[in-house]
Design a protein around this ligand. Structure first.
Ligand code: CTP
Length: 425
């Protein structure tokens, strides 16, 4: 007899929803008993989850259960002074990258298809900015009914993703289609909704964070870059199907999931060497790092003592990495950043031209924006003009930037292949 112990067969999802905000809407069907497990799966996959329940859902599972598994209070009332004083219903809908309704009853599907806004779940679906996906769960006769079919067609044509339902025996004793998909499958399919494929098969090299230029063994020159934006762009490029090499200066961030290669460097010279080593097969280069423009001419081998009344540091220019990449004979699609306190547009436009970039992302830096985890905005500038990305979280801006640059890359390649455009090259 085989003595090897056996374990239950279920797949634990890989962390495929890092930095994603999921608003889980639970409506009133018996399958609601599986939704706390779905919360757990989504969180295991890296998402932050907030739960919204209809009144009917509370007949099946208590809000306390969802509060315990999500780690946040549960939302249920549309007109609730306390809740509106915290995260109001519009804010909640906008907060979410994905609104996921699971289970979605026949009645909920009908209400969403009509665009109703008379309870919190319907209002949040209507006011959302991100993706909406529903996991239907109902009796098989309700599922087959032409009224439900019509509602599904209306939802699909409005861009709503329908996950399932599964087929099998039902709580009411019937057999057929209408079972909610299992939580692990919903979590995996929810993660797949973010996989855009816009950079499928491409090698993307990204620089991130500050550089650190040593003065002596204990001191150095650096800046306030946290690396958050570069890491978020690496994540977004992976989701878009790219093989990603991330070259990062010293940051306090964990390695992003599924990045092919993370090279940790300290100085601008090391960053340049690491970048150049990856250029031969690079398709897209995104320079997000705040590279020190100057470094001490000599890094002293011993700690400088406080002997002298005055001290001068001799600094020499560092190489401009993004400009060197843009000047390569076989250059990748090259994207730069311009973090500016003043004259954002003019400074960014000047850098786009001077460094020979395909695209520049102008990033306003103020007392509360620009560096760190907080929300910021970007103005994308290229030969076609300007494309503003309004104030938003860095992960969301990163995804919008990757979508935009993937479109521009494809347009550039199409026009290079078009013989009529040869004279324009
Ligand atoms: N950059 C680079 N290597 C450098 C300096 C900058 O690759 N040595 C890249 C940055 O990663 C960014 C872009 O160039 O994508 C603009 O960086 P920024 O520091 O704003 O521009 P500078 O050219 O350094 O100009 P200044 O500091 O005078 O604003």
């Amino acid at each position: 007899m085989d003595a090897t112990p056996t374990f239950p067969q279920y797949t634990v999802p890989m962390a495929l929803l890092p930095n994603k905000r999921v608003l889980l809407g639970v409506s009133g069907g018996i399958a609601a008993y599986k939704s706390p497990d779905l919360v757990r799966r989504l969180r295991e996959a890296g998402a932050e989850v907030r739960v919204l329940m209809t009144r009917a859902a509370m007949e099946f599972v208590t809000p306390l259960t969802f509060q315990a598994v999500s780690g946040h209070p549960v939302y249920s009332e549309l007109l609730d002074e306390k809740a509106e004083a915290g995260m109001g219903h519009i804010e909640l809908a906008r907060w979410a990258d994905l609104v996921l309704v699971a289970p979605a009853t026949a009645d909920t599907l009908a209400r969403l298809a009509q665009g109703r806004a008379d309870d919190l779940l319907a209002a949040a679906c209507l006011a959302r900015r991100g993706i909406l996906a529903v996991a239907p769960a109902m009796n098989q006769a309700m599922w087959e009914n032409p009224a439900t079919r019509g509602n599904l067609r209306a939802l699909e044509s409005a861009g709503v993703t329908i996950l399932g339902p599964g087929h099998g025996s039902q709580a009411c004793g019937d057999e057929g289609a209408g079972r909610m998909l299992e939580p692990a499958e919903i979590a995996q399919r929810a993660a797949a909704l973010f996989e855009t494929g816009g950079l499928a098969g491409r090698h993307v090299v990204i620089t991130a964070g500050p550089t650190f230029e040593p003065i002596d063994p204990v001191r150095g020159l650096t800046n306030r870059s946290s690396g958050t934006m570069g890491f978020a762009i690496a994540e977004a490029a992976v989701e878009a199907g790219a093989r990603v090499t991330l070259v990062s200066g010293p940051v306090a961030l964990a390695a992003p999931q599924r990045v092919d290669c993370l090279v940790r460097v300290e100085t601008a010279m090391q960053m340049r060497d690491a970048v150049m080593a990856h250029m031969p097969d690079c398709d897209v280069f995104i320079a997000v790092a705040a590279v020190a423009d100057y470094r001490p001419a000599r890094a002293l081998p011993r700690k400088i003592k406080k002997d002298a009344e005055q001290l001068s540091l001799e600094l020499v220019r560092n190489p401009d990495i993004v400009a060197e990449v843009a000047a390569l004979p076989r250059r990748p699609f090259t994207v730069g950043f311009a973090a500016e306190t003043d004259q954002l547009e003019q400074n960014a436009q000047a850098k786009l031209v001077a460094k020979g970039l395909d695209l520049i992302c102008a990033n306003p830096v103020g007392p509360d924006t620009g560096f760190g985890d907080g929300a910021t905005s970007l103005l994308l500038i290229d030969a076609q003009g300007q494309h503003p990305l309004p104030l938003d979280s860095k992960p969301r801006l990163a995804r919008a930037l990757v979508d935009y640059l993937a479109r521009r890359l494809h347009e550039k390649e199409d026009s290079a292949q078009d013989p009529r455009s040869a004279h324009r090259q």
